[in-house]
Design a protein around this ligand. Structure first.
Ligand code: SF4
Ligand code: SF4
Length: 117
């Protein structure tokens, strides 16, 4: 699996220690492709097996922690995720200074998000 440094951390936590990514049941997948086009262009978690007409989770670590858009959109219930409570528990362990640092950087990069300053 390819590793991109952009995806190696989640708010300072090691992404490789976080088990948040989709699992596809090939017996249910119809190969419609909606999940492939739903997943963000930068992330591209899914590949598509043309011969088998099914999707493959190619880059699980590229999945946005807490996102489940592809599961919600799959009409065939072919995609599953871990219990979302693991994300809540992880979020409790993010250092407040880390969030503050990211927030400051975001508001600097996007001044239109600053309100009532
Ligand atoms: S949206 Fe569901 S059925 Fe369609 S390709 Fe993805 S996993 Fe398969
Ligand atoms: S949950 Fe979101 S980021 Fe993860 S594979 Fe699905 S669409 Fe992509």
């Amino acid at each position: 699996m390819a590793t991109d440094t952009f995806f190696s951390k989640w708010h300072g936590l090691e992404r490789s220690n976080i088990t948040w990514y989709p699992t596809v049941d090939p017996a249910k997948c119809t190969g419609c492709g909606l999940c492939v086009v739903t997943c963000g262009e930068k992330r591209n978690v899914f590949g598509f097996d043309k011969a088998a007409n099914t999707v493959v989770v190619l880059y699980p670590d590229h999945c946005m922690v807490g996102c489940n858009n592809c599961m919600v959109g799959c009409l065939w219930n072919a995609i599953s995720f871990p219990d979302e409570r693991i994300v809540r528990e992880l979020a409790k362990t993010i250092a407040p200074e880390q969030i503050k640092k990211e927030l400051d950087a975001k508001l600097t990069a996007n001044p239109e998000l600053r309100i009532n300053e």
